[in-house]
Design a protein around this ligand. Structure first.
Ligand SMILES: NC(=O)c1ccc[n+]([C@@H]2O[C@H](COP(=O)([O-])OP(=O)(O)OC[C@H]3O[C@@H](n4cnc5c(N)ncnc54)[C@H](O)[C@@H]3O)[C@@H](O)[C@H]2O)c1
Length: 331
């Protein structure tokens, strides 16, 4: 087992990812890059064996890296991932993988030409309600699913004021792609392929956001299940509320977030299992990525799985914009 030399670009969420590499005995962060001098200085002040770079290309050229962790804004993902792949580096890339079908095709080409591994961070597969849902479905405990729903109601003004690229008209980022992709990925992982999307959106609660700040999409899955994903960016709720939810309804039972009910309709109570203490989902993903590299395995969310997520989200965005059902491009 080798120790993977890691370079991180983007020290917002990238700092979270760093926690995973720092705790993994098979990885060592040797370099970090950010154009924000304060963030870069603060990071290397805490990790004095990490070499700082203000220029990404300079880091890639100067360092003999095995892995590049790309945690920069979405609109840089294609370039930053491709630059690393072309130099023979494996890449862990944040969601949303990229922003358009053209970018999806370009990234697939870059990964396939490089022969390297690219994994997309879809950390919501690892939280307790997702793990519980996956287990119940694998055990056929809920019977045949007929409906699934996931909603995320956030208030994003403060975060987007700190990181203005999130709400910039120059690099538009639909709420359904930026945030809804977690729910879309979760439903696809639990249910299967999306066949068609129909959707509505509006632009009422957060008018400064460039585009719909609320979108509700219905998906028809290939196996007949209907799914619904909702995302709101201007929601007013108490602290700690509005995080991603999950409801599953099947012929033998139902799941609501971390509770499930199986049995006679109307007879009993929800079961709420105590989830075991969970390691930070971002760190779990880093561990899994390193395991895949070591074993030569393809990560579950590789570039094609990432492509299917982006295509399903973009189908929803197009359906909301046109008022017509849209079939996602197949990957
Ligand atoms: N999986 C999740 O739950 C999750 C959560 C948050 C963010 N994300 C994703 O992570 C990515 C980053 O989001 P964030 O919230 O950390 O944003 P952020 O704005 O807080 O951080 C991005 C960092 O990249 C740096 N940067 C910008 N251009 C650069 C360049 N050319 N070279 C080097 N550094 C550069 C910025 O200075 C900034 O420090 C986004 O794609 C976002 O969607 C995922």
């Amino acid at each position: 087992m080798s120790v993977y030399r890691v370079g991180i670009v983007g020290l917002g969420l990238g700092k979270q990812r760093a926690g995973g590499y720092l705790r993994n005995p098979d990885a060592r962060i040797v370099a970090a890059c950010d154009t924000d001098a304060d963030r870069l200085r603060a990071f290397v002040a805490e990790h004095d064996d990490v070499r700082p770079y203000a220029d990404y290309e300079e880091m890639l050229d100067a360092e003999d890296l095995d892995v590049v962790n790309v945690s920069t804004p979405d609109w840089m993902h294609l370039d930053h991932a491709t630059m690393a792949l072309r130099r023979g580096r494996h890449v862990l890339l944040e969601k949303p993988m990229v922003r358009s079908l053209g970018e999806v095709d370009a990234l697939i080409r870059a990964v396939e030409e490089s022969g390297r591994t690219l994994m997309v961070g879809q950390n919501y597969r690892r939280i307790p309600m997702s793990v519980l849902a996956k287990r119940l479905l694998a055990e056929d405990a809920l019977g045949d699913l007929f409906y699934a729903a996931s909603e995320t109601f956030q208030h994003k003004r403060r975060q987007f004021a700190r990181s203005p690229w999130y709400a910039s008209a120059e690099h538009p980022r639909a709420a359904l792609l930026g945030t809804g992709i977690h729910a879309v990925d979760l439903l696809r992982w639990l249910i299967g392929e999306v066949e068609e999307a129909s959707a509505y959106g509006n632009h009422i609660a957060y008018p400064e956001f460039p585009g719909d700040d609320f979108t509700m999409v219905q998906y028809r899955f290939a196996n007949g299940v209907i799914g619904r994903v909702g995302v709101g960016y201007g929601t007013v709720l108490p602290r700690g509320e509005g995080g991603m939810t999950l409801q599953l309804y099947g012929s033998k039972g139902s799941l609501s977030n971390e509770r499930y009910y199986i049995g006679e309709p109307g007879a009993g109570e929800w079961v709420h299992e105590e989830a075991p203490p969970m390691k930070n989902a971002f760190w779990q993903e880093v561990d899994y990525f390193i395991e895949c590299l070591d074993a030569g395995d393809t990560p579950a969310v590789d570039v094609r799985e990432g492509a299917r997520n982006v295509a399903a989200c973009l189908a929803g965005v197009e359906a909301a914009a046109t008022g017509r059902p849209v079939t996602p491009k197949r990957y």
